[in-house]
Write a protein that binds this ligand. Structure first.
Ligand code: NDP
Length: 237
């Protein structure tokens, strides 16, 4: 447990999966949490009721909506940008609009959210992106576009750490490997392929990812910045 009493947190994309686990962890540790979602209204309302967090419907693919969401949240201590989509497939066959929307959600939203948050963030604030081990390694076909979005987050993390470090604001990325969510079910058709790349042959749990986020958001991590924190069962080893 980390004591986040008196801290405010915004989790972009918090209705399900890893984002929901992050909302639960930060709220349980005492933060006043707001989270956004795009489509899963029932899940978002249930999570808000369970945790006491505030849910706001806002599409991360819409740049102006992202900026307004962050601006309306006021001076937040902890920003977590988790919203992400995964589109796999043959690049010669994929719909260009679908790929561009993935880039909007996975790359444009984190950039604009972080910059807008930093305008009001107090000294020693925390910016945390959820990237992927696929930012480092994509050991199968069909993942080029997804991998590019997660590699882009790596450069963003390093650059913003330089930009905001003078205020003690840290900027980090957590890079999950296969994690049991709707996006990548632990019993899904890709299970055996993915476990074949891993040293520990199981999907991670969302609460394990949330634990690393809580560490990075907490007071022990004040000198941890510009860094990638991989939690992937050895997928990239
Ligand atoms: P899920 O699909 O289970 O959940 C995605 C979450 O993001 C939902 O809360 C969803 O909200 C939200 N979201 C998606 N699109 C938007 C949008 N346009 N606007 C606002 N919110 C949005 O995914 P995971 O929990 O598995 O993934 C979370 C993050 O972790 C992603 O960035 C993903 O790339 C990354 N990741 C996941 C891995 C895995 O194996 N699961 C591995 C490595 C990285 P709603 O349903 O309301 O639209």
């Amino acid at each position: 447990m980390t004591d986040f009493s008196g801290k405010t947190a915004l989790v972009i994309g918090g209705s399900r999966g890893i984002g929901a686990a992050i909302v639960k962890r930060l709220a349980a540790d005492g933060a006043a949490v707001t989270f956004s979602y795009a489509g899963a209204t029932d899940a978002a309302q249930a999570l808000a009721t369970e945790t006491g967090a505030s849910a706001v419907r806002s599409d991360a693919a819409d740049r102006d909506a992202v900026i307004a969401l962050v601006a309306d949240a006021g001076p937040i201590d902890i920003l977590v940008v988790n919203a992400g989509v995964l589109v796999f497939g043959d690049p010669l066959e994929q719909d260009a609009d679908v790929i561009d929307r993935m880039i909007d959600v996975n790359v444009r939203a984190p950039y604009h959210a972080a910059v807008e948050a930093a305008r009001r963030m107090p000294d020693n604030g925390r910016i945390i992106f959820i990237g992927s081990t696929n930012g480092d390694r994509i050991p199968f076909t069909g993942g080029a576009a997804y991998s590019l979005t997660k590699s882009a987050i790596q450069g963003l993390t390093r650059g913003l750490a330089r930009d905001f470090g003078g205020r003690g604001i840290t900027v980090n990325t957590v890079q999950p490997g296969p994690t049991d969510t709707d996006m990548n079910p632990g019993d899904g058709p890709m299970k055996d392929l993915m476990h074949g790349f891993m040293a520990i042959k199981r999907h991670g749990r969302p609460d394990e990812i949330a634990g690393m986020v809580a560490y990075l958001a907490g007071p022990e991590a004040g000198i941890v910045t510009g860094a990638l924190h991989t939690i992937d069962g050895g997928f990239g080893a």
